[in-house]
Design a protein around this ligand. Structure first.
Ligand SMILES: NC(=O)c1ccc[n+]([C@@H]2O[C@H](COP(=O)([O-])OP(=O)(O)OC[C@H]3O[C@@H](n4cnc5c(N)ncnc54)[C@H](OP(=O)(O)O)[C@@H]3O)[C@@H](O)[C@H]2O)c1
Length: 336
């Protein structure tokens, strides 16, 4: 990690210290976001190096490896490959040691080195249990294929099982869908993660841009996301964000990310422009006044129950056998 670490936090109980906001790179090469090239990768990595926010989140599935490839190449061009903290994810259909090892070796080839943290992207398909994912990750860390391990989209029950299964390495994080417009994790997941000492990384922290003031569903990622559509039309929430931005002298995006930090989460802010990175870095060091946090809590109260109270993101995958999932994601969709 670079010497300047904006909003430094520790992952898990004994994990590494990282910046308080990560940069999400599904936007960099992900099919649903529309293709971007080396120029965008240079913008993002250049601004990240400038601000010290060299903390990146990617996945084998984003653009079928394109996101990892663009990130690795840009980090090398900027001479900061060694300093960055890279999180990648193995798909939840990888249920054998060989499958996980193969995926991580391919990620390392694209990135130019092994990732610092590997997450299991979604809970494994039935009848496999969260323990299966943990054993596979422990094996991968032991083989040096990743520095640390964690999970993603595990609900409270699955997270507890995962942590109880982990014997040799700590489950550092659970990366879940969490924002002002999607507060499902607050019911069970966050209290359990806190009790277990697991960091909560928040994906979709800006509701795909709706919480930063974007209202047009101009790409497939937004079109397919009901949370984006609803948050973009929610005048009360938009107005509250505008007032919070005015009161603090920040942008709506900074306020929405800082609210998550006030709630104890670590936002993964999707970025493909220099200004996205600069604002993410600003959010990592922004502490919102208590009355602003409360005002945003009130304005977003309906999202505590709007999407249910039990975390289920990507859980439909649990009912699709691994070979079918692989066929769907890798062959038919060729990534996401
Ligand atoms: N673990 C999982 O299952 C999972 C699932 C989804 C995402 N993720 C991760 O989480 C990351 C972020 O989540 P997300 O993809 O749902 O997106 P998001 O962070 O909610 O929204 C990102 C979009 O918001 C806009 N934006 C960002 N910063 C802004 C700023 N300062 N001002 C104005 N607009 C701004 C940009 O739109 P434009 O680019 O159009 O300007 C950007 O693409 C992803 O990149 C990925 O790494 C993980």
């Amino acid at each position: 990690m670079p010497s300047r670490v904006p909003g430094a936090v520790r992952l898990g109980r004994r994990g590494p210290v990282v910046p308080g906001v990560a940069l999400g790179l599904w936007q960099l090469g992900g099919r649903l976001w529309g293709r971007v090239g080396e120029g965008a990768a240079d913008e993002v990595v250049g601004a990240a190096a400038e601000t010290g926010l060299l903390f990146f989140d990617t996945a084998e599935l984003y653009g079928a490896g394109r996101s990892e490839e663009l990130l690795g190449a840009a980090l090398r061009r900027h001479g900061v490959l060694g300093e960055a903290f890279i999180v990648t994810k193995v798909a939840g259909y990888r249920v054998t040691g060989r499958g996980v090892a193969g995926a991580l070796e391919a990620s390392a080839r694209r990135l130019g080195r092994s990732p610092d943290l590997v997450l299991y992207h979604w809970p494994p398909p039935l009848p496999f249990t969260p323990c299966r994912a943990v054993r596979l990750l422990e094996e991968a860390v032991e083989r040096g294929l990743a520095g640390y391990m964690g999970v993603s989209n595990f609900n409270a029950h699955e997270l507890r099982e995962a942590v109880e299964c982990a014997k040799r390495h700590e489950v550092l994080v659970d990366q879940v869908h969490y924002s002002l417009a999607h507060r499902v994790p607050e019911h069970r997941l966050i209290p359990v993660a806190r009790e277990l000492g697991v960091a909560v990384m928040a994906w979709g922290p800006l509701a795909k841009g709706a919480l930063a003031g974007k209202t047009r569903a101009d790409n497939a990622a937004r079109l397919l996301d009901p949370v984006f559509r609803e948050a973009a039309r929610d005048r009360g929430l938009q107005e509250a964000l505008r007032r919070a931005a005015e009161a603090t002298g920040k942008t709506m995006a900074v306020v929405a990310l800082a609210w998550l930090r006030a709630r104890g989460a670590l936002p993964v802010a999707g970025a493909r422009r220099r200004r996205h990175v600069l604002q993410a870095a600003e959010a990592a060091e922004t502490t919102l006044p208590g009355e602003v946090v409360e005002m945003l809590d009130r304005a977003s109260r309906r999202y505590l129950t709007r999407w249910g109270t039990c975390y289920r993101e990507l859980h439909w995958n649990r009912y699709i056998p691994p070979p079918l999932q692989a066929l769907l994601y890798r062959i038919i969709l060729r990534g996401v």
